[in-house]
Ligand binder design. Structure first.
Ligand SMILES: *Cc1c(COP(=O)(O)O)cnc(C)c1O
Length: 369
């Protein structure tokens, strides 16, 4: 054996482009507004903060099955706690589910501008990512169904989707499920479900309860404002829960995070306030930004995709630099195949007004601050 031989990762690993989180530093501005990671401007419930402060006995291992947190989630959503698994963020659960069902040579499908964690999870498991084109930045159910082969093991649907902010009505989700072979796992990622205000939207809890191949993932990182604590959960049929629990780290959830999660899920008033703030400012931002000659993709989540049409002669890249010079951090989404757009998270009233003001100056040809 030659001296130069060194360990090689499994095929697929080196095809992964590591996930690049939203920036948290700006080029200028005395105050920085981070609007790049879909975090809530309201922060978490004060009761969740209190629960973390009161946490103690850090020398003891936490409850490895997250019993109390699962019970609190189940009580809120009317679910069976035995059908719930908690994770260090829903990202961890997405990767467990993929590891459980996808192996070398298997295929996993997600949509063209879908959340990039799906691609990473599929490649990491040794599988082949299959991308279904979208129509008008919306998931196209037929395009997904056309790409199903006998190698397909998993289909991911973010509804609403990040970074586009679009959604498909529940009828379409049911049509997707009905068209899939029964051995394919359908993952409904409902990270932004609490924000959606549309009569034809449902996160799909009913489908999870009645089908043998549907999993839903949810998160405390978005409307609950607990991204830093890493709390997610999934609800699934018993046999999928069993498979995921076999590969789950035995103590994947930490004690303070679980305490915070319980307090947060019980504070319905805080969630309602966050949803209300979002509805108001999502509309306002959409109207104000469109009035500047930019195109906003209609969003039902807590962020919006701002398109810079070619005829304006303005680019997303230049806009990003201009906004950054004023302390406003948005998200470039080139990695999602959207180099002509920026993603803006709905922020505080102050931040929202500053973004519109800065975009107006940018469109009027102002130079970087
Ligand atoms: C933010 C986000 C998540 C949540 O990730 P966590 O690991 O729970 O913080 C999941 N899916 C999508 C589409 C997201 O945008």
């Amino acid at each position: 054996m030659s001296m130069s031989v060194r360990p090689e990762p499994r095929p697929g690993v080196m095809k992964i482009d590591a996930y690049v989180p939203g920036k948290s530093k700006a080029a200028g501005g005395s105050k920085v507004y981070k609007l790049s990671s879909n975090e809530t401007p309201l922060g978490p419930s004060p009761k969740a903060i209190e629960a973390v402060r009161n946490a103690d006995h850090f020398e003891l291992y936490p409850d490895g099955s997250a019993t109390k947190l699962r019970e609190a989630i189940a009580a809120k959503y009317g679910l069976d706690p035995n059908r719930i698994v908690c994770g260090a963020g829903s990202d961890e659960l997405l990767s467990y589910i993929t590891t459980a069902y996808v192996g070398l040579g298997d295929e996993g499908i997600y949509s063209e501008h879908g959340f990039l964690v799906y691609r990473i999870a599929i490649l990491a498991a040794g599988g082949t990512p299959v991308v279904a084109p979208e129509k008008n930045y919306r998931t196209d159910v037929d395009a997904i169904l056309e790409r199903v082969t006998d190698k397909t093991k998993i289909v991911f649907l973010a509804n609403p989707n990040n970074p586009t902010g679009t959604y498909i009505p529940f009828d379409e989700v049911k049509r997707l499920h009905a068209g899939l072979p029964s051995h394919v796992v359908l993952v409904l990622d409902a990270a932004y479900a609490e924000y959606v205000r549309r009569n034809d939207y449902e996160s799909g809890l009913e489908l999870v309860a009645t089908a043998e191949n549907v999993v839903m993932t949810r998160t405390f990182s978005k409307i609950y404002g607990l991204a830093s604590l890493r709390i997610g959960w999934m609800v699934a049929p018993a046999h999928i829960v069993d498979a995921v629990n076999r590969i789950r780290g035995p103590f994947n959830m930490n004690g303070p995070a679980m305490a915070a999660g319980i307090a947060a899920v019980q504070d319905e008033a805080h969630v309602a306030k966050a949803a209300e703030h979002n509805a108001q400012w999502l509309d306002w931002l959409t109207n104000e930004i469109e009035a500047l000659g930019l195109k906003v993709t209609p969003s039902v989540a807590n962020f919006l995709m701002i398109n810079f049409p070619e005829e304006t002669g303005k680019t997303a890249k230049d806009a990003d630099e201009f906004l950054s010079s004023r302390g406003l951090i948005l998200r470039r989404i080139d990695a999602y195949g959207l180099p002509h757009a920026l993603r803006l998270t709905v922020g505080s009233e102050e931040a929202n007004r500053l973004v519109v003001e800065a975009l107006r100056d940018f469109m009027n040809g102002a130079r970087n601050a």
